[in-house]
Ligand binder design. Structure first.
Ligand SMILES: NC(=O)c1ccc[n+]([C@@H]2O[C@H](COP(=O)([O-])OP(=O)(O)OC[C@H]3O[C@@H](n4cnc5c(N)ncnc54)[C@H](O)[C@@H]3O)[C@@H](O)[C@H]2O)c1
Length: 261
């Protein structure tokens, strides 16, 4: 590994599992000091321990505004600023429009969209103190295509997609050194995807060095995108959306081999 985010202070939500865990690990390997946050204290602190001295864990429910204020105070006390914020915490609910209760809808929105909003709001004063800050919101291709089996989930990710652009515009309008972008994964092999695949069928995971046609990606496929957007290599990129989806949005109807004759 190199030092693409050397000396930067990063906070990653959802860092106990899946893409958040992979992003925390890769940011640390690239030179950042990383604060992992998650509801799952056991797995979150294990991940921080595995990363080593440059990592620590804080327990947090991303949907709780008061807990975010406590985390912001702690980050300020320890580091005085924040350079990288990755919002990866999220839940999925497999329920279509007819089977989603109002309470379920509100819960999914509170965690996926509300959690992203509260994180950005609480961390803004610390991000303003960075010379070059980057917010990376993990949305989903569900924000492009909808999700028939995951009505509330799709709604929440649509909100993350547009909030990202609103934050990017706000930062530019106010001359703040903060970029804000979203990553839109699809079919990445994590515990969340296992839950979805139980209902939709599961492709094989992809082996390293193989072009993953019709296969599942790995959490590190998203972590590579996180490191890029976090680094100063992406200094001219804000308000954009990066699909890490193996072409699924480009080809919504799947393979289309047609006999041209
Ligand atoms: N796996 C995929 O293919 C896929 C596709 C599109 C988008 N996503 C998005 O990527 C992000 C990461 O998902 P993943 O697949 O790594 O899932 P995951 O289930 O492995 O990880 C999600 C993490 O979020 C944490 N979390 C859930 N609710 C929380 C809360 N209220 N407060 C704090 N932490 C909370 C969980 O404890 C878990 O550690 C999610 O936002 C998800 O919607 C995943």
């Amino acid at each position: 590994m190199s030092s693409r985010v050397e000396g930067k202070i990063a906070l990653v939500t959802g860092a106990a599992s899946g893409m958040g865990a992979a992003a925390a690990q890769m940011l640390a390997a690239e030179g950042a000091t990383v604060i992992l946050v998650d509801l799952n204290e056991e797995m979150g602190s294990q991940n921080a321990k595995r990363i080593g001295e440059s990592a620590s864990f804080l327990k947090l429910d991303v949907s709780d505004a008061n807990q975010w204020q406590d985390v912001a105070s702690e980050v300020e006390k320890r580091h005085g600023r924040l350079d990288i914020l990755v919002n990866s915490a999220g839940i999925v609910l497999i329920a279509d429009i007819e089977h989603t209760t109002p309470d379920q809808f509100n819960r999914v929105l509170a965690i996926n969209a509300g959690g992203t909003f509260l994180a950005c709001r609480a961390m803004m004063p610390l991000l303003k103190r960075s010379n070059h800050a980057s917010i990376i919101n993990i949305a989903s291709t569900a924000s492009h295509q909808g999700f028939g089996l995951g009505f509330a989930y799709g709604a929440s990710k649509g909100a993350v997609r547009t909030m990202t652009k609103s934050i990017a515009a706000f930062c530019q309008d106010n001359g703040l050194p903060i970029r804000c972008n979203s990553i839109h994964p699809n079919e990445i092999e994590t515990p969340m995807m296992e839950e979805v695949m139980m209902r939709t069928g599961k492709p094989e995971p992809v082996a390293d060095g193989v072009l993953p046609l019709g296969k599942l990606g790995a959490p590190k496929d998203v972590a590579y995108a996180v490191v890029y957007l976090a680094s100063e290599e992406a200094r001219f990129i804000t308000g954009t959306e990066l699909l890490v989806d193996n072409g699924s949005v480009m080809r919504p109807f799947g393979t289309s081999i047609v006999d041209p004759t």
